[in-house]
Design a protein around this ligand. Structure first.
Ligand SMILES: NC(=O)C1=CN([C@@H]2O[C@H](COP(=O)(O)OP(=O)(O)OC[C@H]3O[C@@H](n4cnc5c(N)ncnc54)[C@H](OP(=O)(O)O)[C@@H]3O)[C@@H](O)[C@H]2O)C=CC1
Ligand SMILES: CC(C)(CO)C(=O)C(=O)O
Length: 308
């Protein structure tokens, strides 16, 4: 890689704002690395005016990227683009980032679900597009303010049984910014473990309108049934997830704050015009039908939520 390294974070919400904030803070004033935020609306104006405030418990800091903008022409060719919008905004952001993409650009999706990576590869067939996922509980608190409410903040990314020096560099850039990042060569397994973990908790929190802690306390059987359905789908797809995925997922949920909500649930709560229902709950229902795996618990939630 020659010249400056340009890292673009596309979507400065709970996920992009937290990890992008750490990157912007770490590389502020660095002559060799520039961090760009692609944001929009009042959130962008607040970031442009005051920087991005990032809160995590008692710690907070203000991150000032090299540039926060909604105009990709001001960014130019990027080395790394980290996509952290919702799935329903993916098609639009992919069109938007086109002017920043050269054949050398690496595009890393951190969206929940398993479809984004293939959509990006279809749109940018000559680019390196690793699969990726994030474990974090984070949200926009106000315009220009992100709050991380969880106790895990990790990024996993990679290609199955392959690597590339650009991915090694990306891992180094993330880690040097204080991000717990892991470049893996068994990423399909990790993505599916996250999807099992996420699809069940996102579905149950949204459907029953409960926090993670309330679900574990009062609806553990429903949650466990969802995990069994999701694991059966992964198995039918021949994804080698851990034998003890059910136990692992329940342990992860128990480690989340009692009051944690899911990103999909927050979209329902906020009466957003779109949610990730089809990429998460609906996707499990669709796969269940394709693979002849019964998913009554996902279906019940899906049918209820799609009319909400
Ligand atoms: N939040 C969490 O704790 C976790 C979320 N995830 C997943 O990560 C992904 C992102 O979630 P999350 O961070 O919660 O989402 P948020 O809604 O908090 O953030 C997404 C941001 O992207 C912005 N955006 C969308 N399209 C564009 C565009 N064209 N130009 C500029 N900005 C744009 C949105 O702006 P606007 O508000 O104007 O729409 C919003 O600020 C989702 O797939 C989610 O499921 C994964 C792990 C944990
Ligand atoms: C694990 C969980 C539920 C934490 O926020 C998540 O990934 C999400 O909100 O999308």
């Amino acid at each position: 890689m020659t010249g400056k390294i340009k890292i673009v974070i596309a979507g400065i919400g709970g996920v992009g704002g937290y990890f992008g904030g750490l990157l912007a803070r770490a590389y502020a004033g660095n002559d060799d690395i520039e961090v760009y935020f692609l944001a929009r609306g009042k959130h962008l104006s607040a970031i442009q005016e005051n920087g991005l405030k990032v809160i995590k418990g008692d710690i907070n800091f203000t991150a000032k990227p090299f540039l926060a903008t909604d105009d990709v022409n001001k960014i130019g060719a990027a080395d790394f683009i980290i996509i952290s919008t919702k799935n329903y905004d993916l098609a639009e952001i992919l069109i938007q980032i086109s002017p920043c993409v050269t054949e050398k650009t690496v595009i890393l999706p951190l969206l929940n679900g398993v479809e984004a990576v293939e959509k990006i590869r279809t749109q940018f067939p000559h680019n390196l597009v690793p699969a990726g996922c994030a474990y974090i509980v984070s949200a926009i608190k106000n315009h220009g303010v992100i709050e991380n409410m969880g106790n895990r903040q990790e990024i996993y990314f990679g290609l199955n049984q392959l690597t590339d020096e650009r991915l090694i560099l990306l891992e180094d850039l993330l880690k040097s910014a204080g991000i717990e990042a892991c470049l893996s060569d068994e990423i399909a397994k990790l993505i599916w473990e996250k999807f099992i973990f996420l699809s069940c908790i996102a579905t149950a929190t949204s459907y029953l309108n409960k926090t993670v802690g309330e679900l574990l306390q009062d609806h553990k059987t429903y949650l466990t049934n969802l995990i069994k359905e999701a694991s059966a789908i992964a198995k039918a797809k021949k994804i080698e997830v851990d034998e003890n995925t059910e136990e692992k997922a329940l342990t992860h949920y128990a480690a989340l704050p009692f009051t944690a909500t899911s990103s999909m649930q927050r979209d329902f709560d906020d009466h957003k015009p779109q949610t990730e229902l089809n990429s998460i709950t609906g996707y499990m229902v669709k796969l269940g039908k394709q693979l002849s795996i019964a998913t009554p618990n996902f279906e019940e939630a899906y049918l209820n939520l799609k009319d909400r």
